[in-house]
Ligand binder design. Structure first.
Ligand SMILES: C[S@@+](CC[C@H](N)C(=O)[O-])C[C@H]1O[C@@H](n2cnc3c(N)ncnc32)[C@H](O)[C@@H]1O
Length: 300
């Protein structure tokens, strides 16, 4: 377990993941009843972009660093940037980058609650320190997959699980996610589950997508950002997030912002986005007309 998110905070994969997280929490807040947010691989919650780790890789320069100077952003990306600004308490230098726990906590209401889990002692201690004053948030130092099975269904009976593992062994991580999601869906079939994944070789991702089409959920949406063709196992070519039981019209909420990311963060002619319903309730007819592929949008 060598992975430290401080080396990668604010990179292009974080931009996609955190933008989708904002849209998901906004969707949950459409209803007045409380929800529970479960972060199975939460990280430290907030990262110093001037710290040694972040400066060593400078990954944020190619992600959030580009966005922060962009103008004319669609509302969702604008809101995401406002959240990063809030994490810096109004300072213009934007030294700190919020992790998923910070973003969720910032958007949650007083009645909502959260379970934040990380197996590393340093990350869970950082989380505890960050949220020691916040009674809505419970921090756990334990295995995220075991915690997820234990925490669902939450007492609120509605909510979101973010599954954001380090993917140190890529194909094995996908199999572990499938096994845990299967168990969680049996206990809580109506929960929203968002799974982040890296894209190096497309053939590594395809079996997971095939599994998702058969997982029993009524709606599965996939949003991907590819900076380069997905044909090399040696580098991070793109990133995706699969949303099981995606809220109604989540695709519409994401589209304009997702569409802009290849243009802002990528290279013309190489970069693209995908917004794909792997399973879409009430869309059997579409599938019947186009059995070879799910309904998807791919654009450069
Ligand atoms: C990609 S980072 C999380 C980033 C965070 N979700 C965010 O968006 O800000 C993955 C985290 O998973 C933690 N981790 C690794 N194996 C784990 C496990 N089995 N259970 C829980 N956490 C684990 C690592 O310590 C690391 O902090």
């Amino acid at each position: 377990m060598n992975y430290r998110h401080a080396y990668h905070a604010g990179n292009f994969a974080d931009v996609l993941k955190h933008m989708v997280l904002v849209a998901l929490i906004d969707a949950l807040k459409q209803k007045a009843s409380p929800f529970c947010y479960i972060d199975t691989h939460a990280g430290g919650g907030r990262y110093d972009l001037q710290g040694n780790e972040a400066r060593k890789t400078a990954e944020a320069d190619e992600g959030f660093g580009i966005l922060k100077t962009a103008s004319g952003l669609p509302p969702l990306l604008w809101k995401y940037l406002e959240i990063v600004r809030a994490c810096n308490e109004g300072s213009d230098t934007l030294r700190y980058y919020p992790g998923s726990p910070w973003i969720a906590a910032h958007l949650m209401r007083q009645t909502d609650s959260a379970q934040m889990v990380d197996l590393r002692n340093d990350e869970s201690s950082a989380l505890r320190q960050l949220f020691h004053h916040d009674k809505r948030i419970h921090v756990h130092e334990r295995d995220g997959y075991e915690a997820m099975k234990a925490f669902v269904p939450p007492k609120e009976k509605r909510g979101l699980v973010l599954i954001d593992p380090p993917f140190e062994a890529q194909e094995a991580e996908f199999r572990l996610i499938e096994k845990t999601l299967k168990a969680a869906l049996e206990k809580w079939p109506t929960g929203v589950y968002a799974v982040w994944y890296p894209i190096k070789l497309r053939s590594h991702v395809q079996p997971f997508h095939r599994w998702l089409t058969k997982c029993g959920a009524r709606r599965v949406l996939v949003a991907e950002l590819l900076l380069r063709p997905d044909d090399s196992p040696l580098r991070l070519n793109g990133t995706g997030i699969a949303i099981v039981n995606a809220p109604w019209k989540l695709d519409d909420a994401l589209r304009d912002s997702l569409k802009l990311l290849p243009k802002l963060l990528g290279t013309a002619g190489q970069s693209e986005y995908r917004l794909t319903w792997l399973v879409e309730e009430g869309k059997d007819e579409d599938v019947a007309h186009a059995p070879q592929s799910p309904r998807s949008v791919r654009r450069r």
